[in-house]
Design a protein around this ligand. Structure first.
Ligand code: URA
Length: 209
């Protein structure tokens, strides 16, 4: 069974509450989501491998810790995933970025793929798949299925909010993929929205409603 880490740092929780507030403007939502993504990235990258390289400080030579290996790959589940990716890139500017385009059939809530592009050499990369909302889990499972065909070195799933139903579904389909989230909400409603949630993350981010 994959692990679930709830990033319950007070700064994350405060910012998440601002994002939940229906009166938060699009501009503020975007800004705060970028801020939260820094804090989430800090936790999700905690175990990235380190190598020691020799460098000279102004005082002496030392073996200094640096990130090891090929560049991390962030994979955004379009479109709301981009809101998290942009913030994480400020912290890990050399990360490579892949995109998975999925839309939800509003009748069946099934995920349907329309785009997939990831960087080369995935087998050497630690991959962080990002989508702010883990709701039914259908999109996350489909994205993880597809990314797994590229044989990445490791995969993690990072979201802002998760529903218990989505966590259970991802754990069942991908027991090897750890899940990181800022909160686990009560449930999904009949339309597949997380309750209490924050609404449609893409619409809140891009002002499309
Ligand atoms: N996607 C969203 O943007 N919000 C939800 O509540 C569920 C899925």
């Amino acid at each position: 069974m994959s692990s679930v880490t709830v990033i319950d740092h007070p700064l994350v929780q405060h910012k998440l509450s601002v994002l939940r507030d229906k009166n938060t403007s699009t501009a503020k939502f975007r800004h705060i989501l970028a801020e939260v993504s820094h804090l989430l990235a800090y936790e999700v990258t905690r175990d990235l491998p380190i190598e020691y390289v020799e460098l000279e400080t102004p005082l002496q030579t030392m073996q200094a810790p640096m990130l090891e290996g090929k560049k991390v790959c962030l994979v955004s589940i379009l479109r709301a995933g981009n809101g998290l990716v942009e913030g994480i890139l400020q912290l890990i500017p050399s990360a490579r970025v892949g995109h998975v385009g999925l839309y939800r059939d509003h009748e069946t809530l099934e995920a349907i793929e329309y785009y997939f592009k990831v960087p080369p050499h995935m087998e050497t990369r630690d991959v962080i798949v990002v989508d702010p909302m883990l709701a039914t889990g259908n999109s996350a499972i489909m994205a993880l299925d597809k990314i797994k065909t590229t044989s990445p070195k490791s995969m993690k799933f990072l979201c802002l909010l998760a529903a218990p139903e989505g966590i259970a579904a991802v754990q069942k389909a991908h027991p090897d993929v750890p899940i990181f989230t800022a909160a686990i909400d009560e449930k999904l409603n009949d339309l597949g929205y997380i309750v209490p949630g924050l609404g449609d993350a893409g619409d809140r981010l891009y002002g499309t409603r």
